[in-house]
Design a protein around this ligand. Structure first.
Ligand SMILES: Cc1cc2nc3c(=O)[nH]c(=O)nc-3n(C[C@H](O)[C@H](O)[C@H](O)COP(=O)(O)OP(=O)(O)OC[C@H]3O[C@@H](n4cnc5c(N)ncnc54)[C@H](O)[C@@H]3O)c2cc1C
Length: 327
């Protein structure tokens, strides 16, 4: 069992955590990144990324994350392969540090803590979904909608996420079908009104997805197999792309009872900042952002977290010096 100490402890190694690390390391804070079960984060489970600035050609998600990690290490970050199982954010009770424990018992102590644990898209858990992920099945219209220009797409879900994804996809496709297993949507009324008024969107009610059907020859998605929840009748809806839009689960259970979360479980920060209610504890990326959920926004808030962490430490040191001078 080892104790690791740092000025900036970062939990999570996606775009948010690694961007915070790059800024923190360049500010001399010698950050430690605890990588978790998905080193590199969500982008490591996708292929083509076409919207991360700086690359004219399509790049691969895993490659982008390897580059980010290499850059973070190059400027002085320590990457540690562990998963945090508990945190104690009562710095006053711990000699002024935030403490985290890894699943092997290692202890991590940070003068500041950056939480970048991200979120995971919820999946239906039906056959073909994972096999065809990246081959027609996606959980992110903003990320992958562009690849379906002029093609037929379906969106599965009935809440705000599904309606927003369907409306977003009308930028690329003239043939968008929303598949919902009930006969009414849960989405906000204003979103529903926009959806129903859109000439390129059709809603298919009372259909539960059974499985995704791949093309025998090219291995790409070709249809979604559904069962009518009222009649039990089975059918297939032909499509080029299927967007599963049943929400996201932010990784916030570690912080339960110590930090505030909103109704959907995302960490609450002071608007426009990565500051949580505990001074010195910052949250960035998808774990605090249910609206944008993009690599570039995660990286942006990671940068903000590192800059604010540095300012927090500077202010603390200044206060301590002023106190000593007054004594
Ligand atoms: C299939 C797919 C395709 C996508 N395509 C694009 C795209 O083309 N363009 C785009 O901009 N965005 C895309 N996104 C969205 C993008 O990946 C996310 O917005 C981004 O990764 C969020 O970054 P993050 O750093 O906040 O969190 P994440 O990437 O979710 O990373 C979270 C990190 O926290 C770690 N972690 C969690 N819990 C713990 C713990 N207890 N201890 C230690 N570590 C922990 C994980 O291991 C992981 O490293 C896509 C997402 C998916 C799922």
């Amino acid at each position: 069992m080892t104790t690791h100490t740092t000025r900036m402890l970062i939990i999570g190694s996606g775009p948010a955590g690694l961007s915070a690390a790059i800024y923190g390391a360049r500010a001399g804070m010698k950050p430690i990144v605890v990588q978790g079960l998905q080193p590199g984060g969500q982008l490591t489970i996708t292929t083509d990324v076409e919207n991360y600035p700086g690359f004219r050609d399509v790049i691969q998600g895993p490659w982008l994350m390897q580059e980010m990690e290499a850059q973070a290490v190059h400027v002085g970050t320590r990457m540690l392969w562990d998963t945090i199982v508990s945190v104690d954010l009562d710095a006053d009770a711990n000699g002024g540090v935030f403490r985290a424990v890894g699943d092997g018992g290692d202890i991590y102590e940070g003068e500041t803590l950056v939480i970048a644990t991200g979120a995971q898209a919820k999946w239906l858990g039906v056959p073909g979904e994972m096999e065809l992920s990246g081959k027609g099945v996606s959980a992110c219209a903003t990320c992958d909608g562009f690849f379906y220009r002029g093609k037929k797409v379906v969106v599965i879900g009935g809440g705000n996420t599904a309606v927003e994804e369907a409306l977003y996809l009308t930028n690329h496709s003239q043939d968008v079908t929303l598949i919902h297993r009930r006969d009414s949507l849960r989405a906000e009324r204003i979103l529903q009104d926009r959806l129903f008024a859109h000439p390129n969107v059709k809603v298919v009610w009372n259909k539960a997805v059974d499985h995704f059907v791949g093309h025998a020859e090219n291995g790409q998605l070709m249809a979604v197999a559904v069962t009518d929840t009222v009649t039990g009748e089975k059918s297939e809806i032909a499509t080029d792309g299927a967007f599963v839009a049943i929400g996201h689960a932010p990784a916030t259970s570690l912080f339960e009872g110590q930090l505030d979360t909103d109704d959907s479980g995302y960490l609450v920060v002071t608007p426009g900042t990565p500051k949580t209610r505990i001074p010195g504890v910052f949250a960035c990326g998808d774990v605090m952002d249910h609206t944008y959920r993009q690599a570039v926004t995660a990286a942006g808030t990671g940068c903000m977290a590192a800059l604010d962490a540095e300012r927090y430490l500077q202010a603390k040191e200044f206060d301590e010096m002023a106190k000593e001078a007054a004594e």
